[in-house]
Ligand binder design. Structure first.
Ligand code: AMP
Ligand code: ZN
Length: 458
């Protein structure tokens, strides 16, 4: 049984989907005003990990990730660059999708863009006004009245009395019923340039929180299984999403809320001025592979902060190499022994099922690698066990995605390897060694097995 820590109840709970065998999953996507940084990708990789575990447990997953293509930041950028909003957001959406694919993140089933769902947002706001959960201000904005929803603050355990008191003075200027009320619809201001939609309340645009409520409901229904994001999304974003959605339709909204902790770089916040602000492409340019990035992020539990440093590449390289080395050793086993070597798949699954304990699952896996290597050193491993071991490795990799695909061997390396095969067949050992060195210079190791040469990254 899968168990997740539910941020809403603050407990680990058995995961029971609304429809048996199916999972509806919503993950907050990027705001496409700039290239997403590796902090964002820590969260997206956690969500990918969650999805891979669900898929491996046999669930059918329907995954929605929104694209926030209208908000203060996207508008500011379009005005600053004198370009239409859509030109900016399409550019960064494409970059985002390239990064997702570089990191081998399984694509969502749908990536709805906020600007294509404004009608649904307006409808939802109308429902909220009708039910007295929202009101229109003089300038034509619409605000959600948090006093109208008695459970407001349940996700983050807010003490509303205290907050209202301390913030009242500074927010009086907005003439809100309550200073904590948040915007569902923002009336047009000159700074918005060309960006506005017509609405029953005049020209304007939706508030960010409204985007996720309307799009999750449109694609997953009023009530769905899992909603994820980084911890910074809990408040106010997710708190406000819950309030809007529950009040609009009077049904429960989401059953399980999962939040991943932050990524730190060099022990602190990433910063452009310190020079340690990285995007995925920066790391790839520095020679780190997608697999090494995935290993680094996934080796920590999603609820703990992970500290990223460039030096961690070595540890990732070593670990990945150990797995690939074992793979080639297992491929070479040729023995008709009949021993029974324990696989540890059960312990591995137990760790994953216990709130996605990735470091524990890795520890189980690497301990198995250590022991199976000993068994091979002692020549006690059978063919049958070797092939079971290979299956375990590929099951492991269906979840972690840290082994480079053989077809990702660069063409140049494949050509050299082919040429070397020719040299070996002609018994031209000198040429063969020369080619091996060349292949090695390109970062690949070639091993000759009964099935032909096997290439592994060094
Ligand atoms: P944004 O584009 O700012 O809306 O962020 C997209 C996602 O990245 C959200 O789920 C955030 O919670 C998450 N996020 C932002 N910064 C970090 C960070 N340093 N570490 C982990 N997740 C982050
Ligand atoms: Zn969201």
């Amino acid at each position: 049984m899968l168990r997740f820590y539910n941020s809403l109840t603050r407990k680990k709970e058995d995961f029971i989907p609304i429809i048996k065998g199916k999972v509806s999953l919503y993950t907050c996507g990027p705001t496409v005003y700039d290239t997403a940084h590796i902090g964002n990708f820590r969260t997206f990789l956690f969500e990918d990990f969650l999805k891979r575990v669900l898929l491996a447990r046999g669930f059918e997953v329907y995954h929605v990730m929104n694209i926030t293509d209208v908000d203060d930041k996207t508008i500011q950028k379009s005005v600053a660059e004198g370009k239409p909003l859509s030109e900016i957001t399409e550019y960064y959406t494409n970059l985002f999708k390239q990064d997702l694919s570089s990191l081998k993140i399984i694509p969502a089933d749908v990536y709805p863009a906020a600007t294509e769902h404004v009608d649904a947002m307006i409808q939802m706001i109308e429902q909220l006004i009708e039910k007295n959960h929202a009101y229109v201000t003089k300038d034509g904005s619409v605000f959600f009245s948090i006093d109208s929803y008695k459970n407001y603050g349940a996700l983050t355990r807010l003490n509303m009395d205290k907050m209202q008191h301390s913030d009242r003075v500074s927010t009086d200027e907005y003439s809100l019923d309550n200073p904590q009320d948040f915007a569902l619809w923002k009336a047009y201001k000159d700074e918005d340039g060309e960006v506005f939609w017509e609405s029953p309340w005049g020209k304007g645009r939706p508030g960010w929180h409204m985007e996720c409520s309307a799009m999750s409901m449109e694609y997953l229904g009023d009530h769905f299984d899992i909603h994820c994001g980084g911890v910074d999304n809990k408040f106010p974003h997710h708190e406000n999403e819950i309030a809007q959605s529950v009040c609009a339709v009077n049904t429960p909204f989401v059953n399980y809320w999962l939040h991943s902790e932050f990524l730190l770089v060099d022990g602190g916040k990433m910063s452009k001025s310190i020079g340690n602000y990285y995007c995925v492409s920066d790391l790839l340019e520095k020679g780190m592979t997608s697999e090494e990035i995935r290993y680094n992020f996934l080796s920590a539990h999603y609820q703990t902060k992970v500290n990223f440093t460039l030096e961690k590449q070595h540890e990732a390289k070593r670990s990945i190499h150990r797995i690939m080395e074992l793979q080639s050793r297992l491929n070479e086993i040729d023995s008709d022994l009949c021993n029974d070597f324990p696989l540890e798949v059960e312990q591995f699954n137990d760790a994953l099922e216990n709130n996605l304990d990735s470091p524990k699952a890795l520890a189980v896996f690497f301990d198995w690698i250590r022991r199976i290597n000993i068994s091979m050193d002692e020549k006690t491993l059978s063919n049958k066990e070797a092939s079971k071991g290979l299956k375990f490795i590929s099951y492991f990799d269906s979840i972690y995605g840290i082994l480079p695909k053989t077809d990702s061997v660069p063409q140049g390396v494949l050509d050299l390897s082919k040429e070397r095969e020719g040299a070996r067949q002609n018994k031209d050992w000198e040429k063969s060694d020369e080619l091996r060195d060349q292949i090695s210079g390109m970062g690949w190791m070639v091993k000759d097995t009964n099935d032909g040469p096997k290439l592994t990254p060094k």
